[in-house]
Design a protein around this ligand. Structure first.
Ligand SMILES: [Zn+2]
Length: 287
């Protein structure tokens, strides 16, 4: 708990949000019924659970407060060339080179404190591809939630965001390695596949970070140019999205979102993306 508290406080300092601890892991997971129902098909013997059933695609966007369906960009023919990285280092990526003329953005969610079952329904209904950057100290008590997201959101993937969310620039090479490789081993064991992408907490890194991440088997350090606040996007430059932008959101709950939920925050984010005419793509298809 103390680690989680420290992490949230640190995140809050970076995000200028109210200080509070996010909710604990959910003991009841309604979407579990959804998963079972899907695998059992029409002959399933369990009683139907209408509230957890996925909405028809034609209605899903309205259910979640959107004016029109989301548009998803197809998988690219080949992955774009990444910025050059020094030998033994991962490249640092803060915007994805996308095909000319395509207005594409990528959804990323960090940390993993909030585990709201309603978000699982939203991910399933809207078929959201989410790149999750998970920190063990806050996500670890409830990795099942993130496994559900991976199952329900087509193309959603789990990535590495260290064991305890330190400012890596304050640590030496070996300590950084312990944070990154430690989480890499834990996620690989829990999810059955090794993450490929890494995000340094607070976006803070140095040369040791890039070497450590490579030595832990990662292929890129992923930063961002746009952050989702409670109701609106904040841009590092300019006044709107740009093609290839990586949007950073967090798994946060009411306490940190001043009463809003993660689903409300996500609806606001998706509306901003739609209103600017953007499609959504899967980050792992490009990196
Ligand atoms: Zn973080």
């Amino acid at each position: 708990m103390s680690k989680a508290r420290r992490l949230v406080a640190g995140t809050v300092a970076a995000g200028a949000l109210a200080v509070a601890l996010a909710g604990c892991a959910q003991s009841v997971d309604p979407i579990e019924r959804l998963g079972r129902k899907a695998t059992e098909g029409v002959h399933g013997s369990r009683s139907p659970a209408p509230s957890a059933a996925p909405s028809p695609a034609s209605l899903a966007y309205r259910k979640w407060g959107l004016a029109k369906p989301l548009v998803f960009a197809p998988r690219p023919d080949r992955k774009p060339r990444l910025p050059a990285a020094g030998p033994g280092r991962v490249p640092v990526v803060d915007r994805i080179p996308v095909p000319a003329g395509r207005k594409i953005v990528f959804l990323t969610y960090d940390d993993g404190a909030e585990k709201d079952p309603a978000f699982l329904r939203m991910v399933a209904d809207l078929k959201l591809p989410i790149s999750m950057f998970l920190t063990d100290s806050v996500a670890g008590p409830g990795y099942d939630h993130f496994e559900r997201i991976r199952q329900l959101g087509p193309g959603s993937a789990v990535n590495n965001h260290t064991l305890t969310h330190p400012n890596l620039r304050t640590l030496g090479y070996e300590a950084q390695r312990a944070e990154i490789c430690g989480q890499q081993e834990r996620l690989t064991k829990r999810f059955g596949t090794a993450p490929r992408l890494f995000r340094p907490p607070y976006g803070n890194y140095n040369d040791d970070t890039l070497r450590a991440a490579r030595s832990c088997g990662l292929s890129a350090a992923v930063l961002w140019r746009v952050t989702m606040q409670i109701h609106d996007l904040r841009y590092a430059e300019g006044a709107g999205l740009r093609p290839g932008d990586i949007v950073l959101a967090h798994f946060r709950g009411r306490a940190e979102l001043k009463g809003s939920t993660i689903t409300e925050m996500t609806t606001a984010m998706l509306r901003r993306i739609q209103s600017q005419g953007y499609e959504i793509a899967r980050l792992e298809d490009y990196l």
